[in-house]
Design a protein around this ligand. Structure first.
Ligand code: FE2
Length: 257
């Protein structure tokens, strides 16, 4: 039996438990069993059904904290960033997942890697660090823990999206990702719709996403920072004129601890 089949079986079993038990019996299920149940629901992709799980303790969920700043870069700095887009347009590659595979049913966008961004990185990361130092308390994270960073440029053109995920993986290098930063820029007037960031509420352990979320509709020249363990997604982009240069660009990355 493969993993999906096992989850499907578990899901059916739990559903029977729910249907057959009285409310009193729910209280006798352990927290572990309830969490398993929630995970089984989530694995079916029917997130809306999470609302059926009113008996799952949720008091620990709260909105994911974030730092948002508008007008982040100067006009000269934005021009320098656009210069990289135009110069390296051919080097954008299809985005990969944490296992280094392309999975266009889960994530569709294009990425320009660090090597092509060398002249931007020092001053850009310096600005991110300044923002963190000024606003750290609101994110409830410890700036002293930052040891290393990754950065890349990402393009979301027609039909691009990213389904729900955490940037910090459970193992490997990405497990050290601590803070995610996303700087948004695009040609004005804005030629696309969508590409919103959905930040799901989180609990302390970030084991499952909350059912409530914060939506950020990206604004040109703005930056958002949030904990890398928070569940989030990018809604599909609609770019009717199909010209990638009019798409949704980000300079994004992760601060490691
Ligand atoms: Fe992400």
């Amino acid at each position: 039996m493969n993993y999906a089949e096992r989850l499907a079986k578990q899901f059916t079993a739990y559903k029977q438990v729910i249907e057959n038990l009285s409310l009193k019996c729910y209280e006798e299920l352990t927290l572990y069993e309830l969490e398993q149940l929630a995970n089984a629901y989530r694995a079916t992709g029917q997130l809306s059904q999470l609302s059926d799980l009113d008996f799952v303790p949720r008091t620990s969920f709260s909105p994911t904290p974030y730092i948002l700043q508008n007008e982040f870069l100067s006009k000269e700095q934005i021009q320098q960033v656009w210069g990289h887009v135009e110069k390296h347009q051919e080097l954008f590659q299809n985005s990969i997942m944490l296992d280094d595979q392309v999975d266009s049913s889960y994530r569709k966008s294009k990425v320009l890697y660090e090597e092509a961004l060398k002249s931007i990185i020092p001053w850009f990361l310096n600005k991110v660090a300044q923002l963190l130092n000024n606003s750290w308390k609101s994110l409830s994270l410890e700036v002293e823990k930052i040891k290393h960073q990754e950065i890349q440029m990402t393009l979301h053109e027609q039909g691009a999206f990213f389904q729900m995920h955490q940037d910090a993986s459970h193992s490997g290098t990405a497990s050290n990702r601590y803070v995610t930063f996303v700087y948004y820029f695009y040609k004005e007037p804005k030629a696309f719709e969508g590409g919103d960031l959905i930040l799901f509420d989180m609990d302390e352990g970030s084991k499952i996403p909350g059912t409530m979320y914060t939506r950020y509709q990206p604004r040109h020249n703005s930056i958002i920072l949030f904990p890398s363990k928070a569940y989030h997604l990018v809604t599909p982009v609609n770019l009717p004129q199909k010209n990638p240069l009019n798409g949704r660009f980000t300079l994004n990355g992760w601060l490691h601890r």
